[in-house]
Design a protein around this ligand. Structure first.
Ligand SMILES: Cc1ncc(COP(=O)(O)O)c(C=O)c1O
Length: 457
């Protein structure tokens, strides 16, 4: 089974550093809405929204117009100069974010936004210890990478001192082997007990994604974040919510925090704010901002407060509002979930379905009772889907299963979802048939690239 254009790969990769995961074998030329086109003219349904960023669809006319407008005003400025678009974006975010969050700073990537949030938490508390959740991904830079546990940490030497992990609340595959299908938060209790044993007392923050996406689209159970908030408070730590993937409509609301009725001390946003342009933000309260400022907070990057991305960010928010994409995300999310449930009724290998809004996880198993991860089927079906014209991620971790991650743009149409369902069905049917004819085994070592099916987080 070779992908079209495979022969050309050696050429176009010749001067490129390989940075992780598999790359698509053809050059990709064009992206519009929910589709991308490769150099061979193949049209591919994009159920990863690019790198989970293009929630308003690729090259949305409003984004294109915003970029053009920036060419007439300013693209980039001295970092100490504040453009109008940055002021407007901060105001727009202050209007929709849960109180008392009110103040923003804009940088380029999610990793950077989490670096800034961690630094603020350290300054504010005077501590340095940061606790993250198993399976999480907060970025690849020093601090953010240190509290990411779905990424590859091997070979890079020590992580940031003072980083700790809580077992993630995965009810389908309980990490402390305690419960099945219903998480009673023993994972959190055990995790904090272990953390308290190791802590030097210089505690700074707990950081969490509302849905642990790269870790296999794990949706923490009701009440989990209230309990986490409480544990955080008891220890004098700040709660950082990383909404890189969940803010601005992916789950059907402006923020997962508002959906959960939970106010973190610091909220970070990135991917879904920029509509495909590098833009990230850190949002916090007046009190935290004031304390950090008094203690000398500095996060002076070349592109902090740049006008072009902020102009695009405003266009993203206006598009979400104007096209009623929050409601649409819920509606299409229900339609997608119903389609996947129908697929599950016909394919025993679909062990678990989970997700919120338009972020869905489909966990593949060898049998529903034993729940042994079906890594081989995960790899084969993802590859086959791509051959059939559908791009999506597979999240594979040896101990934690093989999970298709499905996250189309919020502008997705019913017909696109119908097409995806037909492709999933065909891929599953064919690959199961192929495996039945030629049984093979795959060892966990073979299936644990940092991120199977592309370097998507
Ligand atoms: C939840 C989350 N936070 C942070 C990041 C890092 O963002 P970036 O890749 O823009 O640095 C990612 C990236 O995948 C992510 O999924």
């Amino acid at each position: 089974m070779t992908m079209p254009g495979h022969e050309a790969a050696a050429d176009f990769r010749e001067h490129l550093i390989r940075y992780g995961g598999d790359t698509y074998p053809e050059i990709v030329e064009k992206a519009r809405g929910c589709y991308v086109w490769d150099a061979a003219g193949r049209k591919i349904l994009d159920f990863t929204s690019g790198q989970m960023c293009a929630t308003v669809g690729h090259n949305h006319p409003n984004i294109v117009a915003a970029i053009k407008r920036s060419c007439d005003t300013a693209l980039h400025l001295f970092s100490g100069m504040i453009p109008r678009s940055v002021v407007q974006l901060a105001e727009a975010i202050a209007r929709i974010v849960p109180e008392p969050l009110r103040k923003s700073m804009f940088v380029s990537t999610g990793s950077e936004s989490n670096e800034a949030a961690i630094k603020m938490a350290k300054l504010c508390t005077g501590g340095f210890e940061v606790v993250g959740l198993g399976g999480s991904w907060h970025g690849v830079t020093g601090g953010a990478g240190s509290i990411s546990f779905a990424s590859d940490r091997k070979g890079y030497g020590p992580a940031m001192p003072g980083t700790f992990v809580l077992p993630e609340p995965n009810a389908y595959r309980c990490p402390v082997r305690h419960c099945r299908d219903h998480c009673d938060r023993t994972c959190m209790k055990v995790g904090f007990e272990l953390y308290d044993m190791q802590s030097t007392g210089a505690r700074a923050a707990v950081i969490a994604e509302p849905v642990i996406s790269a870790g296999g689209v794990i949706v923490p159970p009701a009440g989990y974040f209230d309990a986490l908030r409480e544990e955080t408070r008891k220890r004098g730590m700040l709660l950082i919510f990383d909404e890189a993937q969940t803010a601005f409509g992916r789950l059907g609301h402006w923020f997962a925090a508002s959906q959960l009725d939970l106010t973190p001390d610091i909220l970070t946003v990135s991917k879904t704010l920029g509509g495909g342009i590098p833009l990230a933000g850190v949002v916090t309260s007046d009190a935290i901002e004031e304390t950090c400022h008094r203690r000398g907070f500095a996060f002076y990057t070349s592109h902090v407060s740049d006008p072009l991305p902020a102009t695009v960010g405003l266009a993203v928010l206006e598009t979400i509002e104007g096209e009623r994409l929050l409601a649409r995300s819920r509606e299409m999310g229900d339609y997608l979930a119903a389609g996947l449930a129908e697929l599950q009724s016909r394919h025993e290998e679909i062990g678990d379905l989970r997700g919120l809004g338009l972020l869905c996880g489909v966990e593949l198993v060898k049998d529903r009772e034993g729940r042994e991860p079906h890594h081989e089927l995960g790899a084969m079906t993802t590859r086959r889907c791509l051959e059939l014209g559908l791009s999506m991620n597979i999240r594979r971790r040896p101990e934690r299963g093989s999970v298709w991650r499905i996250a189309p743009p919020l502008t997705v149409e019913r017909e696109d979802i119908d097409l995806a369902m037909a492709i999933f069905d065909q891929a599953l049917t064919e690959m199961k048939g192929a495996m039945a004819r030629q049984p093979r085994t795959t060892s966990p070592a073979e299936v644990s690239p940092p991120d199977g099916g592309g370097a998507a987080r």
